[in-house]
Design a protein around this ligand. Structure first.
Ligand code: ADP
Ligand code: MG
Ligand code: ZN
Length: 496
């Protein structure tokens, strides 16, 4: 049983909390020199340190510390002058040391915020902490039909990811989102992703798991204490962040209405159905037996170093956006429509790459938004870059492509066929403007449509449309329609 989202939020107040994990893009792992490149053969990027062999000693990766401090600064956090790593003890097959080196009560960055826009309103998301830890390996369950452990005959483990630096960004409980907790959650993760991308600290690919989200939700009666939260894990796309909050609001409202209580638990989100199922009941922090990591020295970032990192931060996406909106003289309405469609930054980046604003806007709000929608993803998650879109716009502008051909080129890029120019080449999509080649098609069209041809000869020039259409069809859209029209009229001896 569920209560529809809108109705649930008329009856209950939501509180949300987001824990976001970001895999840093450092060249080497957090505590050893192993390579971090994605997709290598299993267990080839390992060494005694990240395999947790006895006697191996970790050393902190300075680049990872710098990235974490830069993230903290971009989120307006205080940076610790002295902090330590901690051991989080638990057993899991993908964690070779049987503890995770993490940070517990001494995180590197604390107490910040990130402002996000939702329907033209700014919502300030308070940040509790930003800390550094290491990623686990990956288990592969073999023999079952689903790839899950249930029904599998055996499991394999790959430690390549074990020890890759992972930053966790935890919000404070976010209240006051009223009717829009799901929209706010999605806007926050989107903005956070853009900030991280701007910092260049990670490739922030949700589908590859370099950005992952746990979504906490609770409901309470207006004015009452906060309710018990559930924590939905494995939320791996922006759309799913929204859906995960939505489905929890609907589920919890039904339980609360029925007088039941919410169990504090982790839930698993299923991308296919958009629903979550109950996982384990939540461990207490004491279950992890945290203690300061004895093999690592404390981290005490020098104030001057932190100041220099701060001075070198890039412009925030929000201020860049405001600046470009002004430069392009976009109307508020237009900018808002683009924000809601999740394409504003993409449009601006496409303009940056040389496309006129109107063209950039049409692509991202039109064909590309549709493509994203039919894939069930966000425009920003499409495998095409603003630079590539700008190139397609350029090819149309210089007459190499018609609008129809341009869409085919874009579809080719989306299908992984390479750069726009490669797709034009491999699919043979360039406009045919060679008049010799067109003349044959023109003559054939006239022969096949003698009625229309006679009308045109008799002065009924509008009838030429049908013949232009026939030529375009014969050339699979690759002819320049205005050239075709001119050739047809010439052939028929009509002067305009
Ligand atoms: P844990 O490790 O147990 O998940 P964390 O402190 O790392 O705990 O994260 C808990 C997240 O849940 C934080 O983002 C926090 O703001 C949020 N949170 C805490 N209480 C509530 C609540 N009542 N409703 C929704 N979210 C909550
Ligand atoms: Mg958690
Ligand atoms: Zn290693």
């Amino acid at each position: 049983m569920t209560v529809p989202y809108v109705e649930a939020l008329q009856e209950f107040e939501p509180v949300i909390g987001l824990e976001t994990h970001v895999e840093l893009g450092t060249a080497s792992k957090m505590f050893c020199g192993c390579d971090t490149t994605f997709g290598a053969a299993p267990n080839t990027h390992t060494c005694p340190v990240c395999l947790g062999l006895p006697g191996a000693l970790p050393v902190v990766n300075e680049a990872a510390i710098a990235s974490t401090i830069r993230i903290g600064l971009a989120l307006h956090c205080d940076i610790a002058t002295w902090c330590r790593f901690a051991r989080k003890n638990y057993f899991y097959p993908d964690m070779p040391k049987n503890f995770q080196t993490s940070q517990y009560d001494e995180p590197l960055c604390t107490d910040g915020y990130l402002d996000v826009e939702v329907d033209g309103e700014t919502v300030r998301i308070p940040i509790e902490r930003v800390h550094l830890e290491e990623d686990t390996g990956k288990s592969l369950h073999v023999g079952g039909s689903t790839g899950r452990i249930h029904g599998a005959t055996h499991s394999l483990v790959d430690y390549n990811r074990a020890g890759i630096p992972l930053v966790e960004i935890v919000t404070k409980p976010v209240t006051g989102t009223k009717a829009k907790p799901a929209e706010v959650a999605k806007a926050y993760v989107t903005e956070l992703r853009d900030v991280l991308r701007g910092l260049g600290v990670s490739d922030v690919r949700m589908e590859q798991g370099s950005l992952r989200c746990d979504v906490n939700v609770s409901l309470n009666k207006p004015g009452a204490e906060w309710g018990t939260r559930s924590e939905t894990k494995n939320v791996n796309s922006l759309r799913s962040v929204e859906r995960a909050v939505r489905s929890e609001v609907e589920r919890q409202a039904a339980r609360l209405r029925a007088g039941e209580r919410i169990v504090q638990e982790t839930r698993h989100f299923h991308e296919d159905t958009g629903l979550s199922t109950s996982g384990r009941s939540k461990e207490e922090a004491t279950d992890y037996r945290y203690f300061p990591e004895p093999d690592l020295v404390p981290v005490a970032p020098d104030a001057a170093w932190v100041a220099s990192l701060k001075a070198a931060l890039p412009e925030a996406p929000s201020s860049r956006r405001r600046r470009l909106i002004e430069q392009l003289a976009l109307s508020t309405l237009d900018a808002e429509a683009m924000t809601n469609a999740g394409v504003l930054d993409l449009v601006l980046a496409t303009v940056d790459a040389g496309a006129p604003a109107a063209e950039a806007r049409n692509w991202w709000l039109g064909h590309l938004a549709q493509s994203a929608n039919s894939r069930g993803s966000e425009p920003s998650e499409l495998p095409i870059t603003p630079v590539q879109v700008a190139r397609v716009v350029e090819l149309v502008a210089d007459g190499s492509l018609t609008a129809g051909l341009a869409r085919q080129v874009v579809d080719g890029v989306l299908a992984g066929e390479g750069e726009p120019d490669d797709v034009v080449e491999s699919r043979g999509l360039a406009v045919v403007s060679d008049e010799g080649a067109l003349t044959t098609a023109v003559d054939e069209a006239i022969a096949a449509n003698s009625d229309a041809a006679d009308k045109i000869r008799a002065g009924k020039v509008q009838a030429v449309g049908a013949l232009v259409g026939a030529v375009m069809k014969a050339t699979r859209g690759q002819a320049d329609a205005s050239v075709v029209r001119r050739l047809l009229l010439e052939r028929l001896g009509v002067r305009e």
